[in-house]
Design a protein around this ligand. Structure first.
Ligand code: ZN
Length: 538
């Protein structure tokens, strides 16, 4: 007797091979039989006739950790077919954190979350954090990276300086503890404080430790526009020096002047691979990015944390210097305003009721509504009103680059999102549509409509490729003895409904999502089962 039979589907097994027809038998969480199971009995039979049956999607780059503490059901993730998510990206993980630094991390996260959502931090060490999460329960499987930014905050606060030798040792110990506890690698966020204050040598020291444990180095690189090429070279150098596999996060060429540069960056990656450096990347299928509004301000303005930043925005000479840096740019830092323009920067979420009407509007429109005589002053006022806690969506890429990266064999798919929901406390703001639509959009737009990818290659980029990257040996493929993480969808119908204007919409065309042999999404409805497992790097 089986627990579940997925009957009559076309199996796209995750390897990239063409689909074949077979039934899948599941027992005790695992796939135990693949073949003709006509006549076999099971507690549940899922009719997958005329549907695609694929491994569950592995989101190579997410920030799911920042909303899991409030809602472990991970609605927008599971509803788009994600069964495993990689968290702790862009330099920020929720551990390790010593008690005196909790406020600093909380302050950092408050940029992305409404006031009502404050993470409690019932842990210090990385291992304690994982234990907490396991006990709390999760809907999707979760693989953790340790954030270099978090480790740096823990040891050095938000100081804009080089670490001392003993601080390097201390940071190294924290990274080691995380890797010992089961982290899959380290992440860096080199446009954000405090990552932006670190130099390559510091990152090499951390990557060496990760490499020893077989982990990966996942990086939001130092620049994605003007300094894109140097930034890619820096990531490759870290791989070269430490033998760590390098994952370039949400790869893109940002800013009109730099469109087309992905030809060069992908070539650099190929060239590095020829020389033995294992570098790959991930990508989301949209031409806009999303991050916190204060990313518009130069790095020095962030030194010491958010409170100090807000103080600087009240001081005339600091304000003048910030404005000048934003207009002219600073060496090694990209000014979004200078490179992308006010009209391409849209407010995605704010804290105050007063400014809610700005959500979904661009800064140019907002300044008009504010009747502002000076754009910079208006921006500073807005940031002060929001106490630095607002997010923005920035239109910065071009479709050719997005397509080029998606279709390159070195890319896998990621959402770069945190789970949100149509209802409850996570239904706030106007999040980037990638939060809800990334995977269905790949199938709808890039497989079905534009034929940029074959169905099988798209699935490979979402399943076995990220599994290989993480070293998961029993997920990412439809194989006997593998965990039963499975998505059933209709390739003729699947599409992303989420738009920039109306993002809180679940996709169409996914009928079943199974996690560890448990049916979490059934006929398109979330069963609210915490079926996920905490994954440990082995
Ligand atoms: Zn990032």
């Amino acid at each position: 007797m089986l627990d579940i039979i997925v009957f009559g589907g076309r199996i796209v097994d995750g390897s990239g091979n063409p689909w074949y027809k077979a039934d899948i038998g599941i027992r005790e969480g695992k796939i135990i039989e693949i073949g003709n199971l006509t006549g076999e009995r099971a507690d549940k039979i899922i009719d997958a006739k005329d549907q695609i049956v694929s491994p569950g999607f592995i989101d190579m780059h997410s920030h799911a950790d920042i909303t899991i503490p409030f809602n472990p059901y991970m609605d927008s993730a599971i509803m788009q077919g994600i069964t495993t998510t990689v968290v702790g990206n862009c330099g920020i993980s929720l551990a390790p954190i010593n008690s005196e630094k909790i406020d600093m991390i909380r302050e950092y996260l408050s940029q992305f979350l409404p006031n009502s959502l404050k993470i409690e931090f019932k842990w210090n060490k990385f291992s304690e954090y994982l234990k907490w999460e396991k006990k709390n329960g999760i809907t999707c499987n979760v693989a953790h990276l340790v954030g270099h930014g978090t480790v740096r905050i823990d040891v050095m606060g938000m100081d804009a300086r080089d670490p001392t030798e003993s601080e390097i040792v201390e940071m190294g110990k924290l990274v080691e503890e995380a890797m010992e506890s089961g982290a899959f690698g380290i992440s860096t966020g080199l446009i954000y404080p405090p990552g932006t204050y670190s130099k390559t040598d510091e990152l090499i020291e951390m990557a060496k430790i990760v490499s020893k444990y077989g982990g990966i180095y996942s990086s939001h690189i130092r620049g994605e526009g003007r300094t894109l090429i140097e930034a890619v070279k820096e990531a490759i150098k870290i791989g070269e020096r430490t033998r760590v596999p390098v994952q370039i996060s949400h790869h893109k060429a940002a800013g009109k002047r730099y469109w087309g540069k992905t030809s060069e960056t992908l070539f650099l990656m190929e060239e590095a691979r020829e020389n033995g450096v294992d570098v790959t990347c991930d990508v989301y299928p949209y031409t806009a990015g999303m991050t916190s509004l204060i990313t518009l301000l130069p790095p020095w303005a962030h030194e010491g944390g958010l409170e100090k930043l807000l103080k600087r925005l009240k001081n005339d000479s600091d304000k003048e210097r910030i404005r000048e840096d934003m207009i002219k740019g600073v060496d090694g830092w990209e000014s979004f305003v200078k490179d992308y323009g006010w009209e391409n920067i849209f407010i995605s979420s704010v804290k105050t009721e007063k400014n809610k009407c700005f959500e979904g509007k661009n800064l140019k429109e907002i300044f008009e509504l504010m009747k502002a005589s000076d754009e910079y002053t208006a921006l500073f006022d807005l940031i002060l009103e929001e106490e630095g806690c607002a997010t923005m969506i920035v239109f910065q890429m071009n479709e050719d680059d997005v397509k080029r990266v998606i279709s390159n064999h070195l890319s896998m798919i990621s959402t770069d999102s945190w789970p949100v929901s149509q209802k409850g406390s996570l239904a706030f703001g106007k999040p980037h549509p990638r939060f809800y639509g990334t995977y269905p959009r790949i199938f709808g737009k890039y497989v079905r409509e534009e034929r940029t990818l074959t169905l099988e290659d798209a699935v490979r980029k979402m399943t076995s490729f990220p599994a290989q990257r993480l070293g998961l040996k029993d997920r990412g493929l439809i194989r006997e003895e593998f965990w039963a993480d499975i998505v059933v969808f209709d390739i003729k119908r699947i599409y992303d409904k989420a738009t920039y204007d109306d993002p809180h919409q679940y996709p169409e065309g996914i009928s079943y999502v199974i996690v560890n042999g448990k049916v979490v999404v059934e006929n398109g409805v979330h069963n609210r089962i915490l079926a996920g497992k905490l994954l440990y790097k082995k």
